[in-house]
Write a protein that binds this ligand. Structure first.
Ligand code: NAD
Ligand code: IPM
Ligand code: MN
Length: 369
């Protein structure tokens, strides 16, 4: 019936400014492509909610959200009000863990009209996907603090890798590589982290045996970050642990001009739980409240959400509309050297989605400019 129930959670800071633009574009896509989004809006998973209730979310948050087809999420965190580890472990990290969103899918693409800070890079040179393990690894709840306040004060936080957890993210990444350029890169640090990372490498090698058509390699995370800057054209699918994937998915988008356009899918591929779509960036307290944030990361996350819901044509239409808006300085935001505010940029993308001629333009391909 093509009616989708969406849980909308704006969160804090610029989350509250970019989510409405994402919704504007999603509604336009619904009109243009003939489906309906039924949105329920939630004020929890925000530091305002914490101030009122002493916790980030109500106790029954899972029941309130589990029945939705997807979650459209802004960003959480306002360190002046609530320490980040409290606000994030009380909200976003809970969604990822409790809804088993073990895939962090984060495309990185240099878009036409956008200048890379890397010399001589043009669209087509940077086009890869960071696949991030999203539920275990370094983001573990195993550990603690002993002898607090004494000179023997000691803190421990264990990295956890399970066979199921590692294999399922590697399988997803190899499968994705098989549908793209047939190349997978694994981020490791098995020279220094001597138990978990060699295990990761071992599982990569075992999984690779199932994908003879995928060429694969591995780099230690330190030199990998250097290659992101020096040779970004080398990458197709890059898979990493939770922390490595987090770092690579800010570095990658920075190489494509701004982190403001980067989207993120937190996906439960088995669809036992709703998946969550959000921008990669955070709440940007330094620019919040001014209507100048770039809404493209949020809008692109909306495109990923539609893809997940089976609306592939609409998802591609939004991407074309994003490309059209990025080509014009008057519809680009300031982080990209343009003059548009958040609303103007969102309206331009929505208009391009509705504009049949523009939406039917072929997607950008290598070699065009
Ligand atoms: P940030 O991504 O919020 O901001 C980093 C820098 O990038 C800032 O200068 C900001 O102005 C700029 N920026 C980010 N998004 C932008 C956009 N759309 N348009 C233009 N400029 C943009 O990272 P941070 O400063 O490390 O974190 C701020 C808060 O957000 C913290 O509380 C942090 O924990 C939280 N955070 C949340 C998420 C999330 O909810 N997924 C992700 C990252 C950070
Ligand atoms: C992200 C963010 C989060 C993460 C933080 C806010 C906990 O940086 O989504 O990339 O580390 O996963
Ligand atoms: Mn991050």
């Amino acid at each position: 019936d093509r009616v989708y129930r969406i849980a909308v959670i704006p969160g804090d800071g610029i989350g509250k400014e970019v989510v409405p633009e994402g919704l504007r574009v999603l509604q336009a896509a619904g009109e243009r492509y003939g489906f309906e989004l039924r949105c329920d809006h939630f004020d929890f998973a925000s530091c305002d909610y914490y101030e009122q209730h002493g916790k980030m979310m109500p106790d029954d948050w899972k029941d309130q959200i589990a029945g939705h087809d997807a979650i459209f999420f802004g960003a959480v965190g306002w360190p002046e009000k609530v320490p980040d580890h409290i606000s994030l472990w009380g909200s976003l990290i809970q969604f990822r863990r409790e809804f088993d969103q073990y895939v962090g899918m984060r495309p990185v693409r240099l878009m036409p009209g956008v200048a890379s800070p890397l010399a001589n890079r043009k669209p087509g040179d940077i086009d890869f996907v960071v696949v991030r393990e999203n539920t275990e690894g370094e983001y573990s709840s195993i550990g603690g603090r002993i002898f607090p306040g004494t000179e023997r004060e000691t803190v421990v936080q264990e990295s956890v890798m399970t066979r199921i957890g590692v294999d399922r993210i590697l399988r997803f990444a190899f499968e994705l590589a098989a549908t793209r350029g047939g190349h997978l890169t694994s981020a490791t640090k098995s020279n220094g982290i001597s138990v978990t990372m060699p295990y990761w490498d071992e599982r990569v090698e075992a999984m690779a045996a199932n994908f003879p058509d995928v060429r694969w390699d591995k780099y230690h995370i330190d030199i990998l970050t250097a290659h992101f800057v020096l040779n970004p054209d080398r990458f197709d699918v890059v898979v990493g642990s939770n922390l490595f994937g987090d770092i690579l998915s800010d570095l990658g988008p920075a190489c494509t001009g701004t982190i403001g356009i980067a989207p993120s899918g937190n996906i439960n591929p088995e669809r036992r739980f709703p998946s969550l779509f959000e921008p990669v960036h955070g709440t940007a307290p330094d620019i919040a409240g001014q209507n100048i944030a770039n809404p493209i990361g949020q809008i692109w996350a909306g495109s990923m959400m539609l893809d997940h819901l089976g609306e592939a044509e609409a998802a591609a239409g939004i991407l074309s509309a994003i490309e059209a808006s990025l080509l014009r300085p008057e519809t680009r935001t300031r982080d990209l050297g343009g003059s548009a505010d958040t609303t103007t940029c969102g309206e331009a993308v929505a208009a391009a989605v509705l504009d049949h001629a523009a939406a039917q333009l072929p997607r950008y391909r290598d070699g065009q400019d």
